[in-house]
Write a protein that binds this ligand. Structure first.
Ligand code: GLV
Ligand code: MG
Length: 346
């Protein structure tokens, strides 16, 4: 761990200073696209009016013989588009792969000034963050970049989960973390073949009682990991995200998975299919009734202290803070979306 005094010092002479606070951006969905496919690249201008973040994926799901084309395709789409308020991210290949070094060197060299965040897969411990932190500082200095490129870690190995607190505290370059349930399932030896979501056999069952049918309910396979990740992220000023939901034929289950993450403290989730963009917009936004109630709490406690009753429910400094989280998010969404502003009365 670097000394506190040196924590925010750039790691290379001439590299930009790290942010003290993350840029305030709405990131309800990180929308994945395969950049080696020309037809997909052609749709980027249209996508930019729909998404908060667009991510060019270079890692898993890109065939080994298309890795270079995906990297070149990402550089081309970064050059050809004006992203405005939309975040431009890429998921590079894992650090132990034959592609990671050239992904970083070429992308930062060619379009580093347009890139907001690099998503780093299969992060196992703080050493992975230290490596990419130093390399990015060298590349930023070499190419005269003015703003730091952030790093977003995917939590998707048992070792990564074990080290999640140390990863979250590893560098001021970190943006946040996403839970990667598919790789994590493989790494843990879970007996599933899914990308996120539940499993019908992971359940609790009521006690036997005569001939009565025993009630049972599926449990959330991801609860423990997501909760640890949210605490590690938020304690370090980072944002937490749920990752992929692979069953595109089940939008209801996708919505439930996203909502559990939202309620637990996540800022957004990945959208792997265009249909999941609307689900994320619906879920990662507070309910208008909740916003109206939060506004009443804030109005009833103008300085945020004391205790008052609103509709028979006790409010104090802690509920005031919860209400503020909800109102701040509603305002951020309203600023971007006039229909939401009308729903929230903002
Ligand atoms: C995402 O990368 C996952 O493995 O779930
Ligand atoms: Mg993965």
């Amino acid at each position: 761990m670097r000394l506190p005094r040196r924590y925010f010092q750039p790691l290379a002479i001439g590299a930009p200073e790290p942010y003290r606070e993350l840029p305030a951006r709405l990131e309800r969905m990180i929308h994945f696209i395969p950049p080696h496919i020309e037809k997909v690249r052609a749709k980027v201008p249209e996508l930019l009016s729909q998404v908060d973040v667009i991510l060019g994926n270079l890692e898993d799901a890109i065939p080994a013989d298309a890795k270079i084309a995906a990297r070149r395709g990402f550089i081309a789409l970064a050059r050809e588009n004006d992203f405005g308020q939309v975040g431009l991210w890429t998921r590079i290949n894992a650090l132990n792969s034959p592609w990671a070094l050239d992904d970083l060197v070429e992308i930062v060299g060619e379009v580093g000034d347009k890139l907001d965040v690099i998503m780093l897969p299969k992060v196992e411990g703080p050493w992975d963050i230290h490596y990419i932190d130093q390399l990015l500082a060298q590349l930023e200095a070499k190419h005269g970049l003015r703003k730091p490129i952030l790093v977003h870690a995917i939590l998707e190995t048992a070792e990564g989960v074990k080290n999640v607190e140390a990863i979250a505290a590893a560098s001021p370059r970190l943006h946040g973390m996403s839970l990667g349930p598919a790789d994590l399932a493989a790494s843990r030896g879970m007996k599933t073949t899914r990308v996120g979501g539940g499993h019908p056999e992971y359940k609790v069952i009521a006690d036997a009682s005569g001939d009565r049918e025993r009630a049972s309910a599926q449990q959330d396979l991801w609860h423990y990991t997501l909760a640890r990740m949210v605490d590690a992220c938020v304690a370090n000023g980072l944002k937490a995200f749920y990752g992929p939901f692979g069953d595109f034929s089940d939008p209801v289950a996708c919505e439930v998975q996203f909502r559990n993450a939202f309620l637990m403290g996540c800022a957004g989730a990945w959208s792997l299919h265009p249909s999941q963009i609307a689900i994320a917009k619906k879920v990662f936004a507070p309910d208008p009734a909740e916003v109206a109630f939060a506004r009443r709490i804030l109005e009833a406690m103008p300085d945020g202290t004391g205790a008052v009753m609103v509709d028979g429910k006790m409010q104090d400094d802690a509920t005031w803070k919860q209400a503020k989280v909800i109102m701040d998010l509603a305002r951020q969404i309203a600023a971007k979306d006039p229909a939401a502003a009308a729903r929230y009365g903002l």
